[in-house]
Design a protein around this ligand. Structure first.
Ligand SMILES: *Cc1c(COP(=O)(O)O)cnc(C)c1O
Length: 494
């Protein structure tokens, strides 16, 4: 029997033309960012229909497929890498990282083992060493290159689980939960939802953790943690945070670390974005002491500007990290004297995440990272100061990092709707993107300054858009009793 082939193999010229086409399309998208709509121009229903073609029967022509993909996708894309995107904590996908990612895809390395692809393994190992240096974390810690902070939390908490059960003579990775003695998990009241997801995936359950009280900024109260630890004799895992999603607040590690040490707790830090304060001279003091924790989850695709998907699971106890993630099969050729990326992540086959990380850290350098984080934090404070001057607007958080909670003085039974309408006005202007969030049971507008290219002019534009939308809302029937100011602001005075 002969193999059937309906198409001939693509020539190298054809492949080159295809890659060239893809690169040109990517470049066109990026250069149009300043002028294109920030939000998708087509509705989700329209996009759904445009993609849902009948199952393709015959092979298609490569260049037509790219064209057809771009035509369908582009109206449904949001300008997330735009410097005027402030909606969620989202990085700008640094061009060098994107380019390195394109090469990574073309190289097609299955990056589990150094035996098969030493380049993928050792680019990762080198990027990991830089990361530990930039964040000033224990240099002997191991780093798993995962898809984001959710998975980084998952991996770190798996290692925490391994370690904590070991202390009581239970091999959780071998024996599992059935019949296992109890352990205790403590978490701050204002932890990120993804940590609860990680606890769920690990079999602890979302509801099993004891919530520890936090202060007005969302920081764990060390004495409350201490009281909880004193009241129990089961071995604990403590989950802290660097960078609360709304306030940007960082837990007081200098107080928490000694308490965790005293009670023999594994201290994990969800530092998806806030851990990066440590890479910035003016902000490092905010996260001082975090180096005393046992594991740290952070993102590459937020403040470091790596393309998606990039997160780092950093664990002090390398042996526990490996034990929690181990996967063995007869066909895996393990050179134990070499670095094998699969030992630190849940996946076996995966892309070579070290290449874009290595490239972006080189492109920015320690100075570039320091400058960017410092700039974002200064811009956040400037914006807060300006918004606070506008009657009826307030900023509810202490702006030490890059996050702002903007509140509106709305005296209406339908306050939440009025806030949504203000945000809708901003969306309709399509100059900047912000979103609502909930803080202390109140709907607020959240601003996150994380995009690598965001500069003063972008923040001035954002200020105008927020203030004008607020002033406009004063004429709205939802807020009738108010006296609205006459004019809109057209320029921000520096
Ligand atoms: C974004 C974020 C996460 C989740 O990270 P992903 O990269 O979206 O998986 C976890 N914790 C905090 C504090 C975050 O800001």
């Amino acid at each position: 029997m002969t193999a059937r082939s309906t198409t001939s193999r693509q020539s190298s010229d054809e492949i080159a033309a295809l890659f060239h086409d893809a690169a040109q399309r990517a470049a066109a998208f990026r250069s149009a960012l300043p002028s294109r709509s920030i939000r998708p121009t087509a509705s989700a229903d329209e996009i759904e229909h445009s993609f849902a073609l009948p199952t393709p029967e015959a092979p298609g022509a490569p260049s037509e497929i790219l064209n057809s993909l771009a035509e369908r996708a582009e109206p449904g894309l949001m300008a997330m890498p735009s410097p005027r995107f402030f909606g969620w904590v989202i990085g700008g996908s640094h061009p060098v990282g994107v380019a390195a990612d394109m090469m990574t895809s073309a190289w097609g390395q299955n990056s589990a083992m150094s035996y098969a692809t030493p380049a993928a393994a050792y680019a990762e190992k080198a990027a990991a060493a830089w990361l530990l240096d930039l964040l000033d974390l224990p240099r002997e810690a191991s780093v798993g290159f995962v898809t984001g902070a959710t998975m980084a939390n998952f991996v770190c908490l798996a290692a925490a689980r391994t370690r904590t059960y070991r202390k009581i003579g239970w091999n959780i990775d071998e024996q599992g939960f059935i019949g296992a003695p109890p352990i205790r998990i403590l978490i701050g009241e204002d932890a990120h939802a993804s940590v609860y997801a990680a606890l769920q995936y690990l079999g602890f359950g979302r509801g099993s953790a004891t919530r520890v009280a936090t202060d007005a900024q969302g920081r764990m109260i060390a004495t409350a943690l201490e009281a909880e630890l004193e009241a129990s004799d089961t071995p604990p895992i403590v989950i802290c945070q660097a960078g609360q999603i709304n306030t940007g607040a960082i837990d007081p590690f200098e107080e928490i670390v000694p308490i965790c040490r005293r009670f023999g707790a594994h201290l994990h830090v969800d530092g998806a974005f806030g851990l990066w304060a440590r890479a910035c001279k003016d902000r490092a003091h905010l996260a001082i002491g975090a180096e005393g924790a046992d594991s740290w989850a952070t993102d590459g695709h937020k403040w470091l500007q790596l393309p998606y998907e990039s997160g780092f699971a950093i664990v002090r106890d390398e042996a526990a990290h490996r034990a929690a993630m181990s996967i063995c099969a007869s066909y895996l050729i393990e050179e134990t004297n070499h670095y094998n990326p699969k030992d630190y992540v849940p996946e076996l086959s995966r892309r070579a995440r070290g290449f874009p990380a290595w490239a972006v850290i080189r492109a920015l350098g320690r100075q570039g990272i320091d400058e960017m984080i410092s700039r974002h934090c200064c811009l956040a404070r400037q914006l807060a100061n300006r918004l606070r001057r506008e009657p009826g607007l307030s900023v509810l958080n202490a702006v030490n990092l890059n996050q702002l909670i903007v509140d509106f003085d709305i005296d209406s039974p339908d306050r939440a709707r009025a806030v949504r309408e203000i945000v809708q006005t901003i969306h309709d202007g399509d100059q900047v993107f912000v979103e609502t969030a909930e803080w202390r049971r109140r709907l607020i507008l959240r601003v996150s300054i994380t995009s690598g290219e965001t500069r003063l002019e972008d923040i001035q534009l954002l200020e105008r858009e927020i203030v004008n939308a607020w002033r406009k809302s004063l004429h709205h029937p939802l807020q009738t009793s108010r006296q609205a100011p006459e004019s809109e602001i057209h320029h921000a005075t520096a």
